[in-house]
Design a binder for this molecule. Sequence first.
Ligand code: FMN
Length: 184
Amino acid sequence: MTSASWPEATPATAPDGAYGVPGSPDALRHVMGHFVSGVTIATALHHGIKHAMTATAVCSVSLEPPLVLLCVSKSSRFHGAIMTAKCWCLSLLTVDQEGLARHFSNRGRDLLSQFDHVQHTPSPNSGTPLIDGALAWLECTTYGRHDGGDHTIVVGQVARASGLPSDDDPNARPPLTYYRGAYS
Ligand SMILES: Cc1cc2nc3c(=O)[nH]c(=O)nc-3n(C[C@H](O)[C@H](O)[C@H](O)COP(=O)(O)O)c2cc1C
């Protein structure tokens, strides 16, 4: 590894070949970029408008009760939606859905038409959009909200979870992942 993209890189007590740097937003982004994430589309309804956002800061939290968390940037439009919506959903994308991940992470997109060419189905409990063709879906009610710096950590209780039947399904598709700033 080179230190070219690292601020003030200095050899430290890291494993061989690695460099330690003081904590900073760039260092965190760089290091966490090495953590492979699945890619989801988070959705919520707000005043009848379908909000959505590409999200990788998603994690399973608890089995009893069944909880997941989603970290939402306070500067996103989705933040306003999820702070008021009682229900929200996550669609776990397949490798074929990179275009959707790019679409729903494009900050300039128009809110009112963003679903015009995206096939989706209303969730059973709240009518929140679920992305068709995804690997799996979660419908959540908000269990708690916690301050997370420039993000809010939203914990959701899973009201409904569904997914493709089994790994040996001939139609099963691999998940879309995000690693070091690239989809794969
Ligand atoms: C791969 C990827 C993952 C992302 N994950 C998150 C995330 O977990 N939380 C978040 O707040 N923003 C995340 N973003 C940024 C949002 O998708 C982006 O800011 C989006 O435009 C927000 O939409 P909005 O302003 O309409 O709410 C991610 C972007 C990309 C490309």
